[in-house]
Design a protein around this ligand. Structure first.
Ligand code: ATP
Ligand SMILES: Nc1nc2c(ncn2[C@@H]2O[C@H](COP(=O)(O)O)[C@@H](O)[C@H]2O)c(=O)[nH]1
Length: 221
């Protein structure tokens, strides 16, 4: 009998369940920059667009960078259980809508989350096996201040608040699987890409290979 050669789905798109790739850092360390680079580079990765009650920054587009909603709308969504996680950060509400992500994961879509440590803990408690937690550190506190100031999007008061909070955010670094120092942006991007690549190859995620592996293990006739 001629046996067909088993062939795995090497694209990895439908061969496994999607993963939830979380990037956190103190404000200004560069997670949004790295997240945007990854999304541009990797068509398999989709952005999880959060809802927030904060005002848009110049250049931010509703529905693309955030869903900008009112406090009343946010509270109604909390009440209706429409968030996978939500938290108050810098006096504003932020949350991850459930609907898009849950359906996508089943179809093998990988999602990028730019969220804080509180949201990370909530996602980990709910969906531990799908979550990959990456924490970015700034090369120094002075550089963090320079980046927040240089971004030119926040008032001196807001920057002061974010710097005040940076140390307590950094103290949550031990709740993450990977830690990368974002000194040189290109090197940081490379490191984060490698983490994503390796996580996609985790055996536990490769459910689509089960049939292929069984065939490989068949005894010779
Ligand atoms: N490695 C780097 N070297 C120099 N500048 C950087 C680097 N990474 C990011 N930046 C710059 O630092 C500023 C802050 O970056 P970004 O907005 O990505 O931070 P963030 O962690 O997402 O902050 P937030 O939590 O407030 O949204 C931006 O102006 C960005 O261009
Ligand atoms: N728990 C969540 N945190 C979120 C979410 N979306 C963003 N964030 C975090 O908020 C701060 C501030 O963000 P900014 O865009 O106003 O500078 C930052 O740490 C983000 O990671 C979310 O849906 N849930």
């Amino acid at each position: 009998m001629v046996q067909s050669t088993p062939s795995p789905d090497t694209t990895g798109t439908l061969a496994r369940r999607g993963l939830m790739f979380i990037l956190s850092s103190p404000s200004g360390a560069g997670k949004t920059t790295i997240a945007r680079m990854l999304l541009e580079h990797d068509p398999q990765l989709r952005n999880s667009v959060s809802c927030t009650t904060r005002q848009p920054r110049p250049g931010e587009i509703d529905g693309e960078h955030y869903h900008f909603i009112t406090h009343e709308q946010f509270d109604a969504m909390v009440e209706a259980g429409e968030f996978l996680e939500w938290a108050t950060v810098f006096g504003q509400s932020y949350g991850t809508p459930k609907a898009q992500v849950k359906a996508g994961l089943k179809d093998g879509v990988d999602y990028m989350f730019d969220i804080d440590w509180q949201g990370t803990q909530q996602l980990y408690q709910k969906l531990e096996r799908d979550v990959v937690r990456v924490f970015l550190l700034p090369p120094s506190i002075e550089e963090l201040r320079r980046r927040l100031t240089g971004r030119g999007t926040d008032s001196a008061e807001v920057i002061h608040g974010r710097m005040e909070r940076a140390r307590s955010e950094i103290s949550h670094w031990d709740g993450y699987d990977y830690v990368v120092v974002n000194d040189d942006i290109a090197s940081c991007f490379e490191e984060v890409k490698k983490i994503l690549h390796a996580e996609r190859l985790r055996r536990a995620r490769q459910t689509g290979l089960i049939g292929f592996v069984r065939e490989l293990m068949q005894p010779d006739d």
